[in-house]
Design a protein around this ligand. Structure first.
Ligand SMILES: Cc1ncc(COP(=O)(O)O)c(C=O)c1O
Length: 486
C-alpha cells in the first residue's frame, strides 16, 4: 500500500476515544502516534490489510541509536551500535541502519542474508546466532562477517572451515560467569571468563582473527554490566600481554532498559492494587483475580511475576552514561576503553525500537462471559502482541468508528476484557480489566502502543492458519508495506 500524504482525503472515520485500565497504566506516546493523520492511517491499514496489522516508524529508531552513540563523546570513546534484528523483522530498520551508519546483529542465516541484501557492509554485521550451522559460519567466513563464538564445538568448526579455505575467520569470544557483588552471573551462553587461557590456543589463533570480546547479560542492571566490562578489560590486557593480540572491541550486548509508561505512580499503584486484590482487601484488577503466578497464603503473597518492568527510571543513554562514567582505581571505564583504543559495542534491540511501532486490531464482537463479565473480542491472537512478559502492562488506545456498523446491539460495555482469536479459555490479549467510558463497538480499532520491540514478531504464530499481521511503514511522505511483506 502506498498512501500519499495529502492524497485522497476521506472523512476521518476513526476518532480517539477513552480506554484505560481499571488500574490505569498510561502509555508514553511518540508524536507520530498522536499526529492528526493517525486515524486516517489506521483506516487505510484496516481497509487494505484487515486485522491485525502493525505500523512501524524508523524516525525514533535513528534518534534512539544516535543518543546512545553520543554518550561516548565525553571520553573520546568510540561507541558502535549493532541493532539486534531479532527484536523486529521489518527490513525498514535494517535499511535505516545502513543509511545512518549503524550495524546489525544477526541471529540466523536468513537474517544475515537479508542484511547483506539490504546492502549492510560486512564490517557492520555481527553474527550472534545461538546455534550456528556450517553453512552460516561458511558464509560469515566468505563475507568477512565477525562471528561471536559461544562454545568449543563452534571454535573447532570455525577453525576447520578457516583452515580448509586458507582464510582467517574474524571472531569475538562470548564470555560469561562474571563476578558481581560476590556472586557469579551464571549463563548458558559463552565461555566462563576464567577459562580464556585454555580456549585461546596457538592453533586457534593461527586460524581465527580474535577481534573482540562479547557478552550479553540477562536483565537491565547497569552495575552488572560495569563489573563484566572491567573483567573483559582485564582479559583484553591479558590477551595482549600473553598472546600478543590487540583486540578492537568489547561488545556488551543488549538489555538497555526502556520505559513504556509515563508515570511511576501508576506503575506502583497498579501493583499495590493487585496486591490488595490478591490479599482480599481490594477489588480485582485482573480477570478472575489472576495473580500472574503469585498466590496469597495466610495473608502473605508468594511467588514472582515474570514481567518486563514497564516503568523504569534509568533508561537509554542515561543508563549507558552510568556505565561509561563508572570508575575503578581512579579511572573511568569509558576512559580506560578509549585509552586502549577499544571500541565499546552494544546490541540494542528493544531500546532501539522504543517508540517505533504499534499493533492495531479491530473489534469483532462484545459478549458476556458465563460469569457475567464483558469480553471484547479482537480479530487478532495473543502471539501477535506478546513477549515472555506475563502481560502487556500499557493501556491500549481506542479509536472509535465514526460510522458504526448498522444495527449493532446495545451491550453495556463500561468495562471488560480484551480477548483474541485462539480457541483456548486462556486466550486473553491482556488479563487486565479495562474501562471504556464512551463505549466500544464492533468495527472500532484497538491500538497497542509501542510494540515494535519484540511484541509484534517474537512469538507470532500461524496456528489455526491465521495469516501473519502485515507490517506498514509510516514515513513523513507515505505509508507503505515493509519490504519483509513484499
Ligand atoms: C546476544 C544478544 N544481543 C542483543 C540482544 C538484544 O537485547 P535487548 O533487546 O534487550 O536489547 C539479545 C537479546 O536476547 C541477545 O541475546
Amino acid at each position: 500500500m502506498t498512501m500519499q500524504n495529502g492524497g485522497r482525503k476521506s472523512a476521518v472515520r476513526f476518532e480517539r476515544s477513552r480506554l484505560e485500565g481499571v488500574a490505569p497504566l498510561t502509555a508514553r506516546l511518540e508524536p507520530w502516534m498522536k499526529d492528526a493523520r493517525f486515524g486516517q492511517i489506521l483506516e487505510k491499514g484496516r481497509d487494505l490489510h484487515g486485522s491485525p496489522f502493525n505500523l512501524v516508524n524508523t524516525e525514533p529508531f535513528v534518534r534512539n541509536l544516535e543518543r546512545l552513540k553520543t554518550v561516548g563523546c565525553t571520553h573520546d570513546l568510540d561507541i558502535a551500535t549493532f541493532f539486534a534484528r531479532k527484536a523486529n523483522k521489518c527490513l525498514s530498520f535494517v535499511h535505516a541502519c545502513r543509511e545512518n551508519g549503524y550495524g546489525v546483529d544477526v541471529a540466523s542465516e536468513i537474517e544475515l542474508d537479508q542484511a547483506l541484501r539490504c546492502g549492510v557492509a560486512s564490517g557492520k554485521i555481527a553474527c550472534t546466532a545461538a546455534v550456528k550451522s556450517r553453512s552460516l559460519l561458511s558464509k560469515c567466513l566468505e563475507r568477512d562477517v565477525c562471528v561471536v563464538l559461544d562454545n568449543s564445538d563452534e571454535i573447532d568448526l570455525a577453525v576447520s572451515l578457516a583452515r580448509d579455505s586458507q582464510k582467517t575467520m574474524k571472531v569475538a569470544l562470548r564470555l560469561s560467569g562474571f563476578e558481581h557483588a560476590g556472586l557469579r552471573l551464571e549463563s548458558r551462553f559463552g565461555f566462563p571468563v576464567g577459562d580464556i587461557g585454555s580456549v585461546l590456543s596457538d592453533h586457534v589463533l593461527a586460524h581465527l582473527e580474535l577481534a573482540g570480546l562479547h557478552f550479553h547479560l540477562d536483565g537491565y542492571c547497569y552495575q552488572q554490566r560495569v563489573s563484566a566490562l572491567w573483567q573483559c578489560l582485564d582479559v583484553s590486557d591479558w590477551i595482549l600481554q600473553k598472546k600478543g593480540v590487540r583486540l578492537g572491541f568489547i561488545d556488551c550486548g543488549g538489555g538497555v532498559p526502556i520505559s513504556y509508561l509515563a508515570s511511576a505512580e501508576q506503575w506502583q499503584g497498579f501493583w499495590s492494587r493487585h496486591d490488595a486484590a490478591l490479599l482480599g482487601t481490594g477489588d480485582p484488577v485482573t480477570f478472575d483475580n489472576d495473580g500472574y503466578g503469585r498466590v496469597s497464603v495466610d495473608g502473605r503473597l508468594f511467588g514472582n511475576v515474570k514481567r518486563y518492568p514497564f516503568y523504569q527510571e534509568l533508561v537509554q543513554e542515561e543508563w549507558l552514561a552510568k556505565i561509561v562514567n563508572s570508575s575503578r582505581r581512579g579511572e573511568t571505564l569509558g576512559g580506560s576503553l578509549a585509552g586502549r583504543r577499544l571500541q565499546l559495542r552494544l546490541e540494542p534491540g528493544r531500546s532501539a525500537l522504543d517508540g517505533c511501532g504499534v499493533t492495531v486490531a479491530e473489534v469483532a464482537y462484545r459478549k458476556r462471559h458465563s460469569n457475567g463479565q464483558i469480553l471484547v473480542g479482537l480479530a487478532m491472537n495473543h502471539t501477535q502482541c506478546r513477549t515472555s512478559s506475563v502481560d502487556f502492562f500499557a493501556d491500549p488506545l481506542l479509536y472509535r468508528c465514526a460510522r458504526p456498523m448498522p444495527d449493532q446491539r446495545e451491550v453495556p460495555t463500561d468495562s471488560g476484557f480484551l480477548v483474541g482469536s485462539y480457541c483456548t479459555e486462556s486466550e486473553f490479549l491482556s488479563l487486565r480489566e479495562f474501562r471504556f467510558p464512551e463505549g466500544i463497538a464492533v468495527g472500532d480499532l484497538v491500538v497497542f502502543p509501542n510494540t515494535a520491540g519484540y511484541f509484534m514478531h517474537f512469538k507470532e504464530s500461524r496456528s489455526h492458519q491465521f495469516p501473519l499481521a502485515k507490517n506498514l511503514v509510516v514515513t513523513p511522505r507515505e505509508v507503505r508495506l515493509d519490504q519483509i511483506d513484499w
